[in-house]
Design a protein around this ligand. Sequence first.
Ligand code: PLP
Length: 400
Amino acid sequence: MSQWQERAAKVYMTTNKRVPLTIERGKGVWVWDDSGKKYLDFVGGWAVNTLGHSHPAMVKTLAAQSKKLIQTSNQFYTIPQVQLGELLVKNSCMDQVFFCNSGAEANEGAIKLARKYGKLKRNGAYEIISTEGSFHGRTLAAVAATGNPHYQENFLPMPSGFVHVPYNDIEAVMSATTDKTCAVLIEPVQGENGVIVPSKEYMRQLRKWCDEKGLLLIFDEVQTGIGRLGTLFGYEAFGVEPDVMSLAKGLGGGVPIGAFLAKKHAAVLTPGDHGTTFGGNPLACAVGCTVVDYVLKRKVLANAKKSGARLTKDLQKLQKKHAFITEVRGQGLLQAVQFKDDISGDVLTAAIKHGLLVNAPRPNTLRFIPPLVITTHEVDEGVKRLGKAIAEVAKAKGLK
Ligand SMILES: *Cc1c(COP(=O)(O)O)cnc(C)c1O
């Protein structure tokens, strides 16, 4: 254990199981620990480091904007907030935006918007249908929307008004819909649940059902937004437009920022309904502009597709070698492998030895969410290291 881990143990609330690794610096898709050891980063700050670590374009913007203006409150207008709002609206199907600081907060705002929509346009309907296995964040309403009792049980009672149905099952949404329903909230791909990709048909049917019933279709794009699936927004990969979407993770490339956006007919919030002190501050918005601009102008989406396809191919090769890899799944640079047994923690530990950082959302699943600028060569290198880690664990455990 390094001195930092010992010191942390004395002062941290241990809400996270942490890997015993202290990261000191990063560059591109690489990070270095406090002893100077180098790792290829397939975690990317949990799908946050869109352009990799300390990208020069981000560093330049952060330095320039911090000299100019960091925070003013939303009592005033600032130039970067308007610019980022325009950039997102121009490049999405949405008309209006609200900026906040995180994914949970973005969903919290979207939930409030949906409830007001129900009040105004659906005779006071307030229930939101979300899906089993979903993850929407850790604030109380976001946890209530999250379809995982494990995140809820210590904090009961949950705010009411949330109904959970199986994912990728349109019949379940239909039969859960009542006069009280105001919205359906889903992730275009369930990330924390181990990268579960729904069918295009499900998405199309959801859109149709929400149109028929006058429900808002809300996409939680906190993880899928800003290029993760190889399209700027996840909805584009499915050919379906939501009425509302939330963003966060990749939007600031590592600087905390979140947002929720709505189409005009759904943008029902008015003065006094919602607010934030830090949300949309000029520092975060300036770097958000830099990240989104870079993604759009520097072929980052094409790269995510290309490197994502390579990742699939490399992982499938690995699967051919090991029968205990039961599935390779995902899209773009949001991918996972599933094992027959609960060995993802062991593989994660072995991978660190081989200089690779991975994420284990489930005991039998590893998730890969590297920066979107990763090259095919770096993908090959990462999967090579992963292969070594898997072979080592297989040998130790006698897996075939
Ligand atoms: C990470 C995540 C969140 C929560 O975001 P925070 O910034 O941690 O609050 C919400 N929804 C999805 C889909 C996520 O992946």
